[in-house]
Design a protein around this ligand. Sequence first.
Ligand code: FES
Ligand code: FES
Length: 217
Amino acid sequence: MLGRSGPVQLSVNGVAHTLDVPRDTALLYVLRNDLGLNGPKFGCGLGECGACTVILDGVAARSCVVPAGIAEGREIMTLEGLGAPGRPHPVQQAFIDEQAAQCGYCLNGMIMTATALLDRHPDPSEAEIRAELRYNLCRCGTHVEILRAVLRAAGRPVAVLNDDVPHTPHAEVPAPAGLEPRIDGTNWRPPSRPASQAPQDEVAGREGGQRVGVVEA
Ligand code: FES
Ligand code: FES
């Protein structure tokens, strides 16, 4: 309850806590700052991105906009309550199997939201998974792998999306004039020059507009 005074009693991952914090403190801050549970992430702080998602009485909830007092009397599950490094939850394992991460910042929200979905609806369609994750943002653009991971966790075939799309490596098609295939065959690049002939910014290591490492001159 928000209107009451006194400490906040929270049940998190099956453990009871009594916390002397203002009752309108965002649950996210209590979890991270007072309980040291850093699975939920601060992204937008506005309920928009999903990075802070926890499961509150079985429902995915954005802890950055839930006052701690409102969470009192409910069962809160954080990422830490799902699995452990040597014993991942099936949804976590599916994300590992699909390597569904770039920076990983969004994964807490993706995994908790997917887990809440699968707990209440163990056999969702791809459309239902997409709808559930629609407002969880991944700034790295890992959505395809994330969708595959949730399909895998749901026991659905994952040979959709990437694998059934014929892929022609760039190395097998004629390169545009003046370019050569990159070493991994995924794109083209200007022809390499010996480092001794390269301008200084190339010596520092740039390829396709991205810094790739320092090249010994
Ligand atoms: S940090 Fe809570 S939704 Fe973005
Ligand atoms: S993997 Fe970086 S935000 Fe999703």
